[in-house]
Write a protein that binds this ligand. Structure first.
Ligand SMILES: Cc1ncc(COP(=O)(O)O)c(C=O)c1O
Length: 502
């Protein structure tokens, strides 16, 4: 973790009137008054409040700011359910090739053959990985993929004259919050299905929830408990027998890639978080890519245009009369598709399964090291992440999972996901990913075990953590509810410079 704890001024506080960093090139066109060019009504009455700083000050300021950031390139980032794994540099290199970065979405197909070929081949790769019959790359996030799949399911039921009847979507109680939200956004009524004592879908409860009103179930496998849902095949059968379809939330595909093809389990469709499993940057709020893969019976409804290969040419095909239309401008977040393609091809077919194998191995190794101090929510082998509870420390020492997460920052680690899934009390959800070495996983396990000891011996230390970060405990609810993203102070101008401004 960047341990630069010395405070430094805001760039606005460094501002000195008249100081500048770059000399813009001289004007090489005839000068005309701005009011004439833009319209007097569009001109500012006052200059914008911009800091006046030298180039060196600017470089130092932003370099120091970047050192305060925490990212996968700095350290271990075990944020469960987020698959914060290393993004190989080759992806960036390929995504910055001028042929891709300069491509315009409106340029003719004849000049876009390379880009279209990449999209087509990525579709084919994802078909092979998932076992499904067709893929769309248009949606740009996991949640967007959930919504898209539900729209396809809705179109499917409508095409069979059952749209008005099937109004319910079943969602397990362990699901990611985006699942019920997507179902509600698609106009469905959401009903929760409980998880059984082994962390699988409760089949008896599922049986009781089934009726001819059910349009679909949204299942996550591995579940958000980090467990393979052993009841998934039977659940798919039961839903199909009731005339409903099953969507797989494939955000956790990192545990299955190259080993299990979701179509073989019986799912009808799924989304893939390309920005997790296939390593495009994630977690920093950057653009995502959330391809969906579907079985033959949902294919006619996929968004248009679809990327096809016919008579030796790649093309965009709009001729799908049952398509639900577009779900995004143009063709998705293209450069993330390039990154995912580069990642898949760098591994190659057979090697892809190493992703899942090492992700699962790392998570189980970590769990084995910490389970005596942090017991798993369900006592089973885990998949790519382990979900443990810190309830013991809360009950006996008043130390919460939150405090443990904060204390980890002092040890130089990003915290795991906390309090999710909601069904596990004082939950820590830890996903080491396959790109971490045994040494790193050991260092993290050692830190957690040390923190467990501190929780028992010096609980106050944890309750006030972190101690070494530039800012301590923040008002997170306040920050979320009252976002202040703009500098609201004052920049001084020559006439009003206070004596101490330099
Ligand atoms: C299980 C699960 N489903 C869905 C999503 C939603 O994906 P996105 O953040 O790309 O919308 C996530 C995101 O973390 C997830 O973990």
């Amino acid at each position: 973790m960047g341990r630069l704890s010395v405070d430094f001024p805001l760039i606005f506080e460094r501002s000195v009137p008249g100081r500048w960093g770059v000399r813009p090139p001289g004007c090489d066109v005839p000068r005309r008054p701005l009011a004439e060019l833009l319209g007097a009504e569009n001109l500012r009455a006052e200059p914008p409040q911009l800091p006046e700083v030298s180039e060196l000050e600017t470089v130092r300021h932003y370099t120091r700011l970047s050192q305060r950031n925490y990212g996968i390139d700095i350290g271990f980032y075990p944020l469960g359910s987020c698959t914060m794994k290393y993004n190989p540099r080759i992806n960036e290199k390929v995504a910055s090739l001028p042929g891709f970065t300069h491509a315009h979405p409106l340029q003719p197909e004849s000049l876009s053959q390379g880009a279209l070929q990449l999209m087509y081949e990525l579709q084919e790769d994802l078909k092979a990985i998932t076992g499904f019959d067709a893929v769309s790359l248009q949606n740009v996030a996991g949640a967007h993929g959930e919504l898209l799949c539900l729209m396809l399911i809705k179109a499917y039921h409508e095409s069979r004259g059952e749209g008005d009847k099937r109004k319910v979507v079943l969602v397990p109680d362990s699901a990611h919050g985006t699942n019920p939200a997507s179902a509600a956004l698609c106009g469905y009524t959401v009903r929760s299905v409980p998880t059984d004592s082994q962390g699988n879908t409760d089949l008896a409860a599922l049986e009781a929830a089934l009726s001819d009103e059910v349009a679909a179930m949204m299942l996550t496998n591995p579940s958000t408990l980090g467990l393979f849902d052993q009841n998934a095949p039977r659940a798919c059968e039961m839903l199909h027998n009731a005339g409903a379809l099953v969507f797989l939330d494939g955000a956790n595909m990192n545990a299955l890639v190259g080993v299990v093809r979701p179509a073989d389990i019986g799912f009808d469709c799924m989304h893939l978080n390309l920005h997790k499993t296939f390593s495009t940057p994630h977690g920093g709020g950057g653009p995502g890519a959330g391809a969906v893969a579907v079985a033959r019976h949902l294919e006619p409804f996929l968004p248009v245009p679809r990327v096809v290969y016919r008579e030796g040419r790649y093309a965009l095909d709009y001729d799908y009369p049952q398509s639900i239309g577009r779900v995004h401008a143009f063709y998705g977040n293209f450069l993330n598709l390039v990154r995912a393609y580069a990642y898949i091809r760098a591994y190659g077919g057979k090697e892809l399964r190493h992703i899942a194998e090492f992700a699962v191995l790392n998570a189980n190794y970590l769990l084995t090291r910490i389970r005596h101090a942090f017991p798993p929510a369900v006592d089973r082998l885990c998949m790519h992440e382990c979900v443990v509870t810190a309830q013991h420390y809360k009950q006996h020492y008043g130390v919460r999972a939150f405090d443990i997460a904060k204390r980890l920052l002092d040890y130089g680690f990003h915290s795991p996901t906390m309090y999710f899934p909601l069904i596990v009390p004082e939950c820590l959800m830890i996903e080491p990913t396959e790109t971490e070495s045994k040494q790193t996983v050991d260092m993290f396990a050692n830190a957690l075990l040390e923190i467990a000891r501190e929780a028992m011996e010096q609980p106050e230390l944890l309750k006030n953590a972190p101690h070494s970060t530039p800012v301590r405990r923040l008002d997170e609810a306040g920050a979320a509810k009252n976002l202040v993203l703009r500098w609201q102070g004052k920049v001084f101008y020559p006439s009003e410079v206070p004596a101490c401004a330099c």
